[in-house]
Design a protein around this ligand. Structure first.
Ligand code: GLN
Length: 203
């Protein structure tokens, strides 16, 4: 009898925000979802998702639960991470309006709620070459606006006005939209593929 390889364990930061939909998406791609509230929940993860929500609340709870340093040290070991919407704000290394960055793992500047009131929420079909020809439907909810991308980050997709909405730097991915709110699982699958190429894969 051959033993099944262990399912990858993918954590979702679960202090606040759109957690449940990411847990379901992780299940859909055949991985094991893990809710992360405390540093001990980070043990034995293969990848981590920072969901959408309210980034100021998330920032406060990340520090209250002592999660900032342990998450940063996992990033240093090359653990694949995906930040969506508020998660992108947590990953950016520059925030407009002189706000302090949180994890500062992505060479970009974002402006919170930068699409403005008129465009509080909108949807757009996005061309994401790395995911193939089929457009990816993006749902944007009070999304961060990427105002600058530095040379270390790669733009994976732009909105219809040409503003970057998905970026990658090494094993860190971020989207201004909510991929967990549509049935398309290609971004979650891309995160799993990044585990395959990560040094940290468990034996
Ligand atoms: N506007 C939120 C913030 O600034 C992000 C919105 C979202 O994650 N859907 O934190």
């Amino acid at each position: 009898m051959t033993e099944q390889p262990p399912r990858p364990r993918v954590g979702v930061l679960a202090v606040q925000g759109a957690v449940r939909e990411h847990l379901a998406a992780i299940r859909d791609v055949g991985a094991e979802p893990v809710e992360v509230r405390l540093p001990r929940d980070l043990v034995d993860l293969d990848a981590l998702i920072l969901p959408g929500g309210e980034s100021t609340t998330m920032r406060r709870l990340i520090d209250a639960y002592g999660l900032r340093e342990p998450i940063l040290s996992l990033a240093r070991t090359g653990m694949p991470m995906l930040g969506t919407c508020a998660g992108m704000i947590l990953l950016a290394d520059r925030l407009a309006d002189r706000e302090e960055p949180v994890f500062a793992l992505l060479d970009l500047e974002v402006r919170r709620n930068g699409y403005g009131r008129q465009l509080d929420s909108f949807e757009a079909d996005l061309h994401v070459p790395i995911l193939g020809d089929e457009p990816l439907h993006g749902i944007f909810i009070r999304a961060p606006l990427v105002s600058d991308v530095g040379p270390r980050a790669e733009v994976l997709a732009r909105d219809p006005d040409g503003v970057p909405v998905a970026v990658r730097q090494g094993r860190v991915l971020a989207t201004a939209f909510h991929p967990e709110l549509t049935p398309d699982r290609r971004l979650h699958r891309l995160l799993l593929e990044m585990i395959g190429s990560s040094a940290r894969r468990r034996a």
